[in-house]
Design a protein around this ligand. Structure first.
Ligand code: UQ1
Length: 451
């Protein structure tokens, strides 16, 4: 089905070097040359995850777009609330409650292409899908997320797939509930919680699951914060990074917690291989260290999807190369990015998308109206760090690791102190507001509801 070619869509087509006035003429053309006809859209959004859905619905809610002028491209059947997977790993939620069929979430005015992207041709304002369909756009939003690749750790895919292995990860839908089963089954021995070197989404999650597990084991009398050496369980946090957390203010609290709770810190230890019950770590100097485990929570390395990395849109690291304050592509002014796939040098979270999406939407509209874009995104991101059952440290910060605390300003509280109120925000309010409002374009994070 071809959408009606609006005037702007026709402009996009002619910008792409074709003089199309009637899209059906391309069908004739297609019968001569074996290429699929292009579909014409004002906006094509690649990705139906947190960033893609939030941006698409916020665009629609501006009232500037009509039926089928915005298309979303995503092959996924399900849309997941990934921040909730830590709660599943901690036994606080059922994973089935944190996903919805993508088709159901996409507003009726949006056109969904349930396909993978094959390639980008930004010079021609065109995206080619893996089925050969071509979408011509006036504006393009690239937000397909980041690839959580279990094969980046040798032996991990096999260990995760074995239901009896003590290896799990909350970073995959398939295994976030295995993490909770393993935590409950674990009664004695060495538990390792790993955090990889390199960029990952939700950089706090690898330790959130550790704080919950250690609390669970303490409540079960298997671990004693005050006397860990006489406990049946011992715990190590093995991280590829030199610190517990990248923001100095929150790192101070978390490092103190680690010591108070008798957890061994293996810094600059990057898990690269699982060999039976042995974890192999690489250090920056190229050494290999090994440690036996009886329980392992692993976190795969993550990186840009190949179709982004290998495209003209990518920076040297493979992320969509956008300006860090305007979210506009550095080379192609009608290309935008938000979320995990973007080059924005901030922590990759859903909270970050609450601040990025309104800037992207506003700047896209300004740009379409011939106005200057505004440098409004300050890098805001947040990490509600579960430190035990019933308490969350609500890290909120911007570029440069500078704290930007919502409730500090409002109520004069220090958010580095774990609190019960933040726990209920994380456990109940955020999942609710996300599923009912954020994906529909009605939630602005710390700024509250939109319009
Ligand atoms: C937020 O808006 C949000 O989205 C629903 C989260 O969920 C993933 C968050 O973790 C955070 C911190 C926010 C920010 C909102 C406030 C009120 C601090």
């Amino acid at each position: 089905m071809l959408p009606r070619a609006s005037a702007t869509c026709r402009r996009a087509a002619s910008a792409a070097g074709r003089s199309i006035t009637n899209p059906h003429s391309l069908r004739t053309h297609a019968s001569v040359a074996p290429v699929a006809p292009p579909y014409l859209y004002k906006v094509v959004v690649v990705g139906g995850g947190t960033a893609g859905m939030t941006v698409s619905h916020q665009l629609l809610r501006t009232g500037k777009f009509t039926q089928d002028e915005i298309a979303i491209v995503d092959p996924a059947e399900w849309h997941h609330y990934q921040p909730g997977w830590t709660l599943v790993g901690g036994g606080l939620k059922k994973k089935e409650d944190l996903r919805q069929p993508l088709r159901k979430l996409v507003g009726p005015k949006l056109r969904l292409f349930h396909e993978q992207v094959g390639s980008f041709s930004p010079e021609e304002n065109q995206v080619t899908l893996s089925n050969g369909d071509r979408l011509i756009y006036e504006q393009l939003v690239v937000a397909p997320g980041i690839n959580v690749d279990t094969s980046t750790i040798k032996g991990l895919p096999e260990a995760l797939a074995d239901p009896k292995s003590p290896v799990s990860t909350i970073f995959k839908y398939e295994t976030c509930d295995k993490a909770w089963r393993n935590i409950q089954d674990f009664k004695k021995g060495t538990a390792i919680f790993a955090h990889p070197a390199g960029a990952i989404k939700c950089a706090g999650a690898p330790q959130k699951i550790m704080w919950l597990a250690s609390d669970h084991w303490q409540r079960a009398d298997l671990y004693n914060y005050k006397d860990p050496s006489s406990s049946p369980i011992n715990i190590s946090f093995a991280t590829g990074l030199p610190v517990m957390f990248g923001v100095p203010k929150y790192n101070a609290t978390l490092e103190e917690l680690r010591k108070e709770r008798g957890i061994e810190g293996l810094f600059q230890h990057d898990l690269v291989e699982i060999n039976g019950d042995t974890a192999v770590f690489a250090t920056p100097s190229g050494e290999r260290h090994t440690k036996k485990f009886d329980f392992l929570h692993a976190v795969p390395k993550m990186g840009p999807y190949t179709f982004v990395k290998n495209s003209a849109l990518a920076d040297a690291a493979g992320y969509v190369d956008v300006d860090q304050a305007t979210l506009q592509h550095k080379k192609y002014p009608n290309v935008w990015s938000a979320g995990d796939a973007s080059s924005l040098p901030t922590s990759k979270t859903a909270a970050a998308v609450t601040a990025q999406a309104p800037v992207l939407v506003s700047n896209m509209l300004r740009s379409m109206e011939g106005k200057e874009v505004e440098a409004d995104y300050d890098g805001y991101t947040s990490c509600p760090l579960l430190t035990e059952y019933g308490k969350v440290l609500l890290a909120e910060f911007k570029y440069g690791g500078q704290p930007k605390e919502t409730f500090g300003k409002m109520f004069g509280v220090d958010q580095a102190t774990p609190r019960k109120a933040f726990y209920y925000l994380k456990k109940d309010f955020f999942p609710w507001v996300y599923q009912n409002h954020m994906v529909k374009g009605r939630w602005g994070g710390p700024k509250g509801f939109i319009r």
